[in-house]
Design a protein around this ligand. Structure first.
Ligand code: HXC
Length: 258
């Protein structure tokens, strides 16, 4: 895997970790960090030795947003030419399960990056928010869309239009995060969740994620048809045969991830 300046990448068996690593800017998402995260995520997605990806930051900040200093003097045309939006779409298109392990600030683009992940585990010290209207802009990498889908319009509207911060406990109560854990247990817990997922059949994980993604995009009838298609499609995989044989034989499955 290539060397990076703004992230660190680690592998533990079938789990890959992407550590955001720009401590001097609280992991603000500048163009380089975005390029590195997206490129690595795509590499890991294509690697059948990886079953789940964890994205995390530091204790103080998951990410404090897009890099304000980098954007401050740009024009509309320059922002549109930047490719921020398409690049992050590629991250959101990763087919494997992605877990955000969030400690400290997850503001603006940092909160939006967490919302691109399938599961958000939050330390009890985590703080979420979309403060963009206070900077004269709006959330730009999915916040207005994914927060509304995650927590419903009235809550999302209150959070986005006031720009207020949301603590971990409230974030869990409203469905913005999957679960809150003690700060000192965050990485261990994220590792456990990721390893548990990565031990499951990879074709099944991909199919489950694709079907769930469809739930956010298409009408119910179409989503149900897509689910049935993906469900039946798994019956020609080695893992389905192994998984169901293991059940009958009262043993753990040995998946080949194909
Ligand atoms: C650039 C940032 C930054 C950011 C922090 N820093 N956030 N630099 N972009 N988003 C830098 C600070 O300038 C400072 O650098 C250093 O990180 C430490 O931050 P402090 O502010 O000194 O720390 P603290 O007082 O603890 O406050 C932490 C904070 C605050 C509350 C998180 O930094 C903050 O409000 N950050 C901005 C949050 C935000 O508005 N995010 C939304 C961005 S817009 P120096 O060199 O001064 O020490 C966005 C749009 C997404 O995300 C759409 C993209 C297309």
């Amino acid at each position: 895997m290539t060397e990076h300046e703004t992230i660190r990448v680690e592998r533990q068996d079938r789990v890959a970790w992407i550590h955001l690593d720009r401590p001097e800017a609280l992991n603000a998402l500048n163009a380089q960090l975005m390029r590195e995260v997206v490129a690595v995520a795509k590499e890991l997605d294509a690697d059948d030795g990886v079953g789940a990806i964890v994205v995390t930051g530091s204790e103080r900040a998951f990410a404090a947003g897009a890099d304000i200093k980098e954007m401050a003097t740009k024009s509309t045309a320059e922002m549109r030419a930047d490719g921020h939006f398409d690049a992050w779409l590629e991250f959101a298109d990763v087919e494997k399960p992605v877990i955000a392990a969030v400690s400290g600030y997850a503001l603006g683009g940092g909160c939006e990056l967490a919302l691109m992940c399938d599961i958000i585990l939050a330390a009890d010290t985590a703080t979420f928010g979309l403060p963009e209207v206070g900077l004269g802009v709006i959330p730009g990498i999915g916040g207005t869309q994914r927060l509304v889908r995650a927590v419903g319009y009235p809550k999302a509207a209150e959070i986005i239009l006031t720009g207020r911060r949301v603590g971990a406990e409230e974030a869990e109560r409203i469905g913005l995060v999957s679960r809150v854990v003690a700060a000192d247990a965050l990485l261990e817990e994220a590792g456990k969740v990721a390893a548990g997922i990565a031990a499951k059949s990879l074709p099944a994980l991909r199919a489950a994620k694709a079907a769930m993604d469809a739930a956010l995009e298409v009408p119910l009838t179409e989503g149900l048809a897509l689910e049935a298609e993906r469900f039946t499609g798994l019956f020609d995989t080695a893992d389905q045969k192994e998984g169901m044989a293991a059940f009958s034989e009262k043993r753990e499955p040995r998946f080949q991830h194909r």
